[in-house]
Ligand binder design. Sequence first.
Ligand code: G3I
Length: 302
Amino acid sequence: ESTLGAAAAQSGRYFGVAIAANRLSDSTYQSIANREFNSVTAENEMKIDATEPQRGQFNFQNADRIYNWAVQNGKEVRGHTLAWHSQQPGWMQSLSGSALRQAMIDHINGVMAHYKGKIAQWDVVNEAFADGSSGARRDSNLERSGSDWIEVAFRTARAADPSAKLCYNDYNVENWTWAKTQAMYRMVKDFKQRGVPIDCVGFQSHFNSGSPYNSNFRTTLQEFAALGVDVAITELDIQGASPTTYAAVVNDCLAVSRCLGVTVWGVRDMDSWRSGDTPLLFNNDGSKKQAYNAVLNALNAG
Ligand code: G3I
């Protein structure tokens, strides 16, 4: 196959991309995104500050621009994200305790109702664990509302849209030996044992010199899949875009039957949240980088 999406589909997987609504009017951007990818994540437009800027007043204008573009072009959509310490609107940042808990529940219900039956996977909870060696939860207003906030979010989400796969999503959880990975593993194991509804784990996979790719990522994917959840690579970008590393990540997904697919976090380097790292698959002029060829070859060989 000659595109990433079609090549991934040979093994029943998708190859996705993060889309920014305000770039869809750029014809180079739009044509690459449409040609190469068959899954879409909104880079910012489905986040809490974008979808509920004032309490109880939902705004899906930019989210729907991306959703409609994706569906009109035959792509599935990953929802990102419903409960997160970051990109909270001011009104939510100022809440705590039971008021915040209720606001989180209301937010999940409001957004999931709008997209009921339309989203393949939702990142229900994003980035709840601390970095470093503690293996602790990240301190946030959500955590201080009671550490059961994560399972409450998942139970709320299951009731709101039973057709969506419900994911926990995080970064620096790709290396099997890291404390953050093990903490996330213990949570998913506990959720599965107690029947908390979780279907998938998203590994963001923002690799750089401080958080480099390690070949034990495949072990991580296998160990989580063995708990009975799907896994996905949700925000892939690699500082310097080493073709070898890109191929290794794709091969790790292909090696795990429960790996649903790979999403890269932007189209061209200039579209990246860390464009100085030139971490993506396309140059600014829209041409394919060596990493693109490495990924396409890996998908076609798998
Ligand atoms: O929309 C405003 C614009 O009006 C304003 O003029 C401009 C000036 O700063 O800011 C614009 O908002 C920015 C927004 O991206 C849209 O471009 C925010 O400042 C900026 O903080 C925001 O960054 C996003 C970041 O999440 C925020 O946490 C990145 O685009 C986005 O790629 C990044 O994505 C996250 C995932 O959601 C979760 N995992 C990590 C990943 C990378 O940080």
